[in-house]
Design a protein around this ligand. Structure first.
Ligand SMILES: [Zn+2]
Length: 272
């Protein structure tokens, strides 16, 4: 289970158009993220230990000992550790704006501390009871992943160098941790929804008389907390949309290098 943390936010100065005034971004309560798609332990990668993986066979095939083959002088040949994959869930506003962090727990393979990766107790032929002779141990680890300022795409992957399986020598050749960020939309602010292009939709209820007459100053709040006003033309129909460009989320479909954002769309509804 991942836990969202919100860092102190700099006083925001987000302007839109001529009618908006900026305000500081509201502080979010620190609380647990809901696990996306029911993933129980928030770690996508299954441990080979849970799958009956035959470590002894692998070790034998590799020439015995820890992960790498040993050279004639007894030194282990360098070998890079495998990358480890994990999932993390990010809240709605954190995913859109970034400047937050999330804790991720995962499991990685390391050299067994008891037998130092030999698989046997020191100076004996007795199989190491700690690792069952494999020389490999599973280590539970937790890291804090920074959500970059400006937000992330849903399913965006972040690479954390050197946090994966232990390599030879460690830590210089340790693998990486690949964290896939699932941006939660179940906890989106009330009455705001979004689509796959990153557009946000907020319904605004107005008396039909106001829609008919129009107004120069309809108060609205963007998802980052910026408050401002929008102009509603006269003779506006129920269901009309006012679009604030580029103030939505990053599109799920954008390529990894792109940070193109959708719009924040205010849908006007007659409330009488
Ligand atoms: Zn051992």
């Amino acid at each position: 289970m991942s836990v969202c943390h919100r860092r102190p936010i700099h006083s925001a100065s987000r302007h839109y158009g001529g009618g908006l005034r900026s305000s500081s971004r509201p502080r979010q309560a620190v609380g647990p993220c809901f696990v996306f798609r029911g993933d129980d332990n928030n770690v996508k990668r299954k441990s080979p230990l849970d799958e009956g993986f035959d470590f002894a066979k692998e070790i034998k095939a590799a020439g015995g000992g820890w992960f790498g083959r040993k050279k004639q002088d007894g030194e282990e040949e360098p070998r890079r550790g495998s990358d480890v994959r994990a999932n993390a869930t990010v809240g709605f506003v954190d995913g859109i704006l970034g400047n937050a962090s999330v804790d991720v727990s995962f499991e990685r393979k390391v050299k067994c501390a008891k037998c130092k990766g030999e698989g046997r107790l020191p100076r004996t032929v007795i199989k190491c009871p700690a690792c069952d002779g494999t020389g490999i141990a599973a280590e539970e680890k937790a890291v804090t992943v920074t959500i970059p300022d400006g937000g992330v795409r849903h399913n965006q992957m972040l690479r954390l160098k050197g946090q994966g399986d232990s390599g030879v020598p460690s830590p210089a050749n340790d693998g990486d941790l690949l964290v896939t960020l699932c941006v939660l939309y179940q906890d989106e602010p009330k009455e705001t929804t979004r689509d796959a292009e990153g557009n946000l939709f907020t319904s605004v209820s107005l008396p039909s008389t106001v829609l008919a007459s129009g107004t120069d100053a309809l108060p609205v709040t963007l998802v980052d907390g910026t408050k401002g006003t929008l102009k509603v033309p006269s003779e506006t129909k129920d269901g009309a949309a006012l679009r604030v460009r580029g103030k939505g989320a990053i599109s799920d479909k954008s390529v990894s290098s792109s940070t193109a954002r959708g719009d924040h769309v205010f849908v006007l509804r007659a409330c009488d």
